[in-house]
Structure formats: C-alpha cells, structure tokens
Design a protein around this ligand. Structure first.
Ligand SMILES: Cc1cc2nc3c(=O)[nH]c(=O)nc-3n(C[C@H](O)[C@H](O)[C@H](O)COP(=O)(O)O)c2cc1C
Length: 302
C-alpha cells in the first residue's frame, strides 16, 4: 500500500534524461521531472547544443531545469532565462563529481565553500519567482560530510527543497549509498528532502522512506531500461513492449537525427539487459547505421 503512494521521481542524468525518456517515465508514473544539467555559462553564450538540452514538451510540466555553474551572477541570469522559457523550478547542481567540472568550482565543489554557497543561493533566489531547489551530495570526502550544514544554509536562504545523493564526491558512484546522510538532512530542515541513491525497485523506495523519512524518492540508474519502475504494480511483457515502442517514437519525433540514432542505441541496449546474448546484441546495435535497422534488430531479439 505504502509503496504505491510514494512520490517517485526520475533523477537527472546527462545525455540520458532528455525529453523522450522523461516523458516515458512520466507516462509510467514519475512525479516532477528534472532536466539534465545545463551549463549556465554556455546557455548565456547561446550555445546551440545547450539550447537543445533545455527543450521540453508541454506534457512534461511540472519540470525543473538543472543548472551547473559557480558564478552567482551567471547562474542567476541563466535561471531567469529558464524561468522565462517556462521552467516550473530551477535546480542547482551541487553534486557532479567529474574532475573537469569540480576543477572549475562547479558541481560538488560548491559544497566545499559554504560561504560561497550563501552568495550563490541568495543571488539565484532573488532572480526567480519559481521554486528554487538544490541537489547535493553527502559532502566532499569522508572528512567533510557537510550535507546538513549546506542544507541548513539553503533553507535559511529560501531554497524550497533539497535532493540528497548521500555519497561524497570522493565516493563518486561506488560503494553503498549511505542513506543515514539523507536521514540527517531530513532531521535538520523543515523543507522537503528528496532521497536518492541505490533505489532499484519500489520496495527499495519504501525502504528508503522508512529509513530516512524523506518526502520523495529520486531514481537514476534503476530507471535505465526500466521506466516502468515508476508504475504501481507489475508491468506485463506486452505493456513493456508498448512502452519501448512509444519511447522509440518519441526519440525519432523530438531529437535531431544524429542524437536520435545514438539515443535509440543507448536506450535499446539498456532495454536489452538480461536478454540471452545481450552483450553481442548491444555490440551489433551500436554498429548499425539507421534507426530502422537498430529497432528491427532489437525486436528480433525481444
Ligand atoms: C550517466 C549519469 C549522468 C548523471 N548526470 C547527472 C546530472 O546531470 N545532474 C545531477 O544532478 N546528477 C546526475 N547524475 C547523478 C544521478 O542524478 C543520481 O544522483 C545518482 O546516479 C545516484 O542515484 P541512483 O543510484 O538512483 O543512480 C548522473 C548519474 C549518471 C549515472
């Protein structure tokens, strides 16, 4: 019973959670959506590629646009632009662990500088009227697990909700996600906390809510090749086939041709996980030249 009532959300994942995948997850039952990270500076420089990443479909509301950056004024101006473009919320990425991102003071590096974070929160909060949320990690490394400190600062600066992926930056995506870091943030602030990390099925989501008291659960890798994770109850094989077909149609309809071909390959390879001969199928999918050939080969193995 409890499992059916949990607010399950799709986690932002770069080069994965584009409009077609987000919409498929929403149609399966996912709650408020978040775009993949958008480089704030590139957006202000009118990069065509970045512009493409900001596109969403009307059916996706409510949707948050996630920004990556470090300069408060650049972030604030980018947030204003995305609000004007119809975003229902602006989310600040404070969790990206990638070396070339943190070396610029962005992503998880923002957690190392609480005073700098105050200025970023304040400047972004003033810039927009829509909801302002942040996505944080447990901290930078095991010596600086400061999610609670950052969460309290954020709440004081008018941030509306916080998603916690409880690993530290040093842990990247390895080891077990220490859910107790989510529980500590839940206990420390009154604003909603969304828990994230290692949820692979609805039972895991219920366990996370029970263990942490989080208001909603965000699922990343567990949704790859399995958007039906957001659906209540079992999804039949026929229903899964229908969802995959719908996903392929959305990819072809809404992404530029070159991106569409790559996305078909990536997502169909995830859908093929667990098929007999999945590794060989994956390899052949990636070698094919057209969307039709990729889909035919996938369905021959279905
Ligand atoms: C391929 C990939 C791309 C990601 N891109 C983003 C991103 O753009 N923004 C973000 O906040 N987190 C990003 N993440 C982190 C996820 O949102 C999530 O916090 C993490 O995967 C842990 O959740 P999970 O165990 O459910 O996958 C990414 C993760 C993966 C695997």
């Amino acid at each position: 019973m409890l499992e059916a009532m949990i607010d399950l959300r799709l986690a932002p994942m770069a080069a994965v959670t584009n409009a077609p995948f987000r919409l498929v997850c929403r149609e399966c039952g996912a709650g408020p959506l978040t775009n993949e990270e958008i480089d704030a500076r590139a957006l202000l420089q009118n990069s065509a590629r970045t512009e493409e990443l900001t596109r969403f479909l009307p059916e996706e509301h409510p949707i948050a646009m996630q920004l990556l950056g470090a300069d408060p004024d650049v972030l604030a101006e980018a947030a204003r632009r995305l609000e004007a473009a119809g975003a229902d919320a602006i989310d600040l990425n404070m969790g990206c662990p990638v070396a070339k991102i943190v070396s610029k003071g962005q992503g998880a590096a923002l957690m190392r500088d609480p005073l700098g974070a105050v200025v970023v929160f304040r400047t972004m909060r003033k810039a927009i009227a829509v909801r302002f949320t942040i996505k944080i990690r447990g901290g930078w490394d095991e010596r600086t697990v400061n999610a609670v400190e950052i969460a309290r600062i954020a709440e004081g600066e008018g941030v509306d909700a916080i998603t916690v992926h409880p690993r530290t930056r040093s842990q990247q995506y390895t080891g077990v996600a220490p859910w107790e870091n989510i529980a500590r943030v839940v206990d420390a602030v009154a604003i909603p906390v969304v828990g994230n990390g290692d949820v692979r099925c609805r039972a895991d989501a219920a366990a996370m809510v029970a263990a942490t008291g989080c208001a909603a659960v965000m699922i990343g890798r567990g949704a790859l090749g399995a958007p039906w994770i957001f659906a209540a109850g079992e999804t039949s094989r026929d229903e899964r086939a229908r969802i995959i077909r719908r996903h392929c149609e959305l990819i072809e309809a809404h992404l530029p041709a070159a991106t569409a071909l790559i996305q078909l390959k990536r997502h169909l390879a995830w859908y093929a996980r667990g098929f007999p001969g999945a590794a060989a199928l994956r390899e052949s999918l990636f070698a094919l030249p057209t969307p039709a050939a990729v889909q035919n080969t996938f369905w021959e193995s279905w």
